[in-house]
Write a protein that binds this ligand. Structure first.
Ligand code: ZN
Length: 317
């Protein structure tokens, strides 16, 4: 476990869900032909296709940015390992449900890989429930290998962009979007809409969305860390392995409209599937046929944990 020296906390702007609905509806219409944003009861997330360890996204929603890409490139810092149970305490919500995008704990699984965290952290009298996935490069064929990661330790490494809440049912923002007409991914469109409408405030959303139809571009990190320093986006992209994955693909996403000076990664989404594909989501590759269905909650706080002292902007796509 990396020594967490200091956790910074910033309060976020949280508009009412109806106001947010109106803002997101208008913004997404600039990027998709068909858009329906509504305020609705969160579906039961223990059911298909989610199979999360909790029912909903509600109850004290917050996000955290843990570590960062500077611990991965130019060269890996192998001592950077974190634990979801500790993270839940750092974000002042022990027992929280946590989802998002992270790097797998290379020390424990013996390789580098993408992680799709889905963890109900431990609480007094109750052990953690780890429903996470890990996606790596299969050495046999160079293709994607997605596996369940149910280890009770609930560790991850290097970096994580996470949404935490009590996992309760309740009202959420539902986003339906079909046929992409703009250049932005669903996540970038949501983020830029918030940034444009609230230029002097910081808002964050966390949640889950399904690519119901179409295909998407993803990457998976190689099993071995780069031995040569990766000093540019170009060098990082050559090191990463890129794939096209098929629907249905279930992404967990964290986005921040604007960095309030915490050196944040402003959006990060990882996805899994029930057909063996998983990894880091960029954008759909089938704009004419793509269909999205998502559920999001605005976060009340952002926590910056183990912020890199030496930082850079490489590799944050
Ligand atoms: Zn990622």
């Amino acid at each position: 476990m990396a020594n967490i020296s200091e956790t910074e906390r910033v309060q976020l702007h949280v508009p009412g869900l109806e106001e947010l609905r109106n803002v997101l509806q208008a913004g997404l219409e600039k990027n998709f032909a068909e858009v329906q944003v509504s305020v609705t009861e969160c579906p039961d997330l223990t059911k298909d296709p989610f199979q999360f360890p909790v029912k909903g996204l509600c109850g004290k929603p917050r996000i955290t940015d843990v570590g960062g890409v500077p611990y991965l490139v130019p060269l890996v810092q192998r001592d950077k390992e974190y634990n979801m149970n500790t993270i839940s305490k750092e974000v002042e919500l022990p027992g929280a449900f946590i989802l998002g995008a992270a790097a797998a704990p290379n020390r424990i699984i013996g390789m580098n890989a993408e992680m799709m965290p889905l963890v109900r952290t431990e609480a007094e009298g109750r052990p953690a429930v780890n429903s996470s996935y890990v996606s790596s490069i299969n050495p046999a064929d160079g293709q994607c290998l997605q596996e369940r990661y149910s280890d009770e330790d609930c560790n991850f490494a290097l970096l994580g962009n996470l949404f935490a809440c009590e996992g309760k049912p309740g009202k959420v923002i539902e986003v339906q979007a079909k046929k992409r007409t703009g250049d932005n991914s669903l996540v970038t469109a949501l983020r830029k809409t918030l940034e444009g409408h609230y230029p002097d405030k910081t808002l964050a959303l966390g949640g889950t969305f399904i690519i119901q139809k179409g295909k998407a571009k993803i990457h998976i990190m190689p099993r071995e860390f780069s031995v040569c320093p990766l000093n540019s986006d170009d060098e990082v992209n050559k090191w990463l392995k890129h794939f096209e994955v098929s629907a249905p693909f279930i992404c967990q996403s964290v986005l921040v409209s604007r960095d309030p000076g915490l050196d944040l990664r402003v959006e990060h989404s990882h996805g899994f599937s029930h057909h063996g594909e998983g990894g880091h989501y960029y954008i759909d590759t089938t704009p004419d046929s793509v269909e999205y269905l998502g559920y999001f909650m605005p976060a009340e706080f952002v926590y910056r944990i183990d912020r890199p002292k030496q930082t850079h902007k490489v590799g944050r796509e």
